[in-house]
Design a protein around this ligand. Structure first.
Ligand SMILES: C[S@@+](CC[C@H](N)C(=O)[O-])C[C@H]1O[C@@H](n2cnc3c(N)ncnc32)[C@H](O)[C@@H]1O
Length: 209
């Protein structure tokens, strides 16, 4: 997702109370930041923030952190989240490649919603379920490790199933048509767009003990 540069993005982000400006300083101590011992769930590539906000409101006893690498997109999320600002929601502006410097064994669930599919074979290692990222997730996960993926892209979905299975994850739940299941769901911006076009959404929940 590319957006036109938002004017004053740096100052919008700097002045936002729920954006963590110095995330590396909290490594291993995010529960202190939230002031509770609740589980911490992470959304990677949160985009404009609809999913994160809805999840935070539905689950006040879970802490949610969204990461996104583009300032201009984070600004759109801030616009959406700021009027409500739930205390269990924080944002970090970073690339997922940095995660092991930011967290230490403190995340229980990772959401990968409509991640960039990187369809070319030469770019396969950039996929967020590739062998580039799974060892990084190992470093930030607590004892329980859950990855939940939603995507419209069947090739990314296939490559995720292979990559996660090879890396020791068990696929505990799966659907090729999420809307026709009773799996609890919060929509993302991309998901809404694809559903409006009649697309079916692929869903998996992978767990590593
Ligand atoms: C296709 S969009 C999906 C956005 C949102 N999850 C949704 O479903 O509406 C993918 C998002 O992931 C972000 N992203 C991609 N790679 C990333 C990375 N390595 N680290 C952080 N964010 C990333 C992009 O900037 C973009 O906002």
């Amino acid at each position: 997702m590319r957006l036109r540069n938002v004017k004053n993005a740096t100052s919008i982000i700097e002045n936002c109370s729920f954006v963590i400006k110095n995330p590396k300083e909290y490594k291993g101590q995010y529960n202190k930041l939230f002031n509770n011992e609740n589980d911490i769930h992470l959304e990677i590539g949160m985009g404009k923030g609809s999913f994160l906000l809805d999840m935070a409101l539905k689950h006040p006893n879970i802490n949610f952190i969204g990461i996104e690498k583009y300032d201009s997109i984070v600004c759109r999320a801030i616009q959406k989240i700021e009027p409500i600002s739930p205390s269990n929601l924080k944002i970090i502006v970073t690339d997922a490649l940095e995660l092991a410097d930011i967290f230490s064994k403190e995340i229980t669930t990772i959401y990968l919603n409509f991640s960039d599919p990187w369809p070319k074979k030469k770019h396969a290692k950039r996929r967020l379920t590739s062998i580039t990222f799974l060892p990084i997730y190992d470093n930030i996960f607590k004892d329980s490790k859950t990855i939940i993926q939603k995507t419209d892209n069947i090739s990314l979905f296939e490559s995720s199933i292979i990559s996660l299975s090879k890396y020791g994850y068990t696929i505990e739940d799966i659907s090729l048509d999420l809307a026709n299941t009773d799996i609890e769901n919060s929509l993302t911006e991309y998901e809404q767009k694809f559903m409006n076009q009649g697309a079916k959404i692929n869903y998996l929940k992978a767990v590593k003990k």
